[in-house]
Design a protein around this ligand. Sequence first.
Ligand code: PLP
Length: 443
Amino acid sequence: MSHIFPRHTAMRLPRAVKGEGSYIIDENGKRYLDASGGAAVSCLGHSNAMVRAALHAQLDEIAFAHTAYFTSAAAEELADALIEVAPEGLGRVYIVSSGSETTEAAIKLARQYHLEKGDSERSRIIARKQSYHGNTLGALSAGGNMWRREPFEPLLLDMSHIEPCYAYRYKGVHESLEDYGIRAANALENEILRVGPETVAAFMAEPVVGATMGAVPAAPGYFRRIREICDKYGVLLILDEVMCGMGRTGTLFASEAEHVRPDIVCIAKGLGAGYQPVGAMICSDEIYHAIEVGSGYFQHGHTYVGHPMAAAAALAVVKQLTSADMMPRINRSGEKLMALLRERFADHPHIGDIRGRGLFLGLELVWNRDTKEPFVPAVRLHARIKKNAFEHGLICYPMGGTIDGKHGDHVMLAPPFIVEDQQIEEIVDRLEQAINDSLSETG
Ligand code: PLP
């Protein structure tokens, strides 16, 4: 028996021994159709030739040189490639090893930016309920996922959490989607005024919410209003695109569809596509300039910042994501998957909502479609769906979340961008089987 520390101590997981396009193959030869890339990671599938070649070439040159002494061609080229396609005004890239490291770095950079400007009172981060920004203590403090936070609550930093933008549950019956978007965004202004504008450093949010809500885009106009509020009070806007960025929602940066420019954007999962642990925090020229003319030093760092192997893999990924046919392909496949889900589940008595953008789609399961009453948490419907889907050879991302005491079960789908039409049909078939098996187990 191995001495590895597994996620669930009682679970015996199969060994993954090979990756082939959209499939993972285990030690017994069983093939799993990877419809979520773990958690929206494997955007190029599991055997991408260009990334493999880039990694071999980098390993032949140099694997590591500490950034206290050196930069590397791979890290410089990755930064240049990202800035060429990043939202306007963003000019500097800080390369780290994970999503949590990007959000931690963003929180600290926001604080240091205000300090450099002589605004030493500004330290508060405002984020949202039902959000996830990572598992390190700063990132966890920003996140609003109660299940992840609860055991560590005494260790967490004091941050504010406003209501998420979640039309399925919070839009008024007679309210337009646009009016709801403005109303939801105004919660930020209320919170800034409540805590005192002079104390607020940044607002952090996922443009399309992933793990905690299952691919929920904001209502139209929500982020434009958020940007106005941030500008009015001198608050930085940090967009966490760790999950929804890098083409996942059909534009390279999810913020493009919202027509807003963040001050800092965090990317990770799709950036390395699973070939290397890598993330990047991209910040505005203005923030960088404040540090450049101030202390001249970002008071942060990790041993593996700017790691050449990670940067080489990410560069090979970004080159493919920015090829002319990639976004149209993602949108075409996303539309097909959405159409099939709608066709298959339109009349399903327990599917309350089907949502998402690009190849980032989610289903919300409810006990009662009319009242939107969720299943009782003890049923653990999401866990049953995960297990049954896995048995049917499908990897998807079911989760349960709590909103104001209401439990919700959802399933998130984030297949690789190379997914083929016939595989999209297979995803929907296997998911339907897994959902129906799980519902019949619950009686
Ligand atoms: N931010 C978002 C939006 C995420 O979805 C995640 C991971 O799921 C993270 C941050 C943390 O990333 P990591 O698990 O790579 O630390």
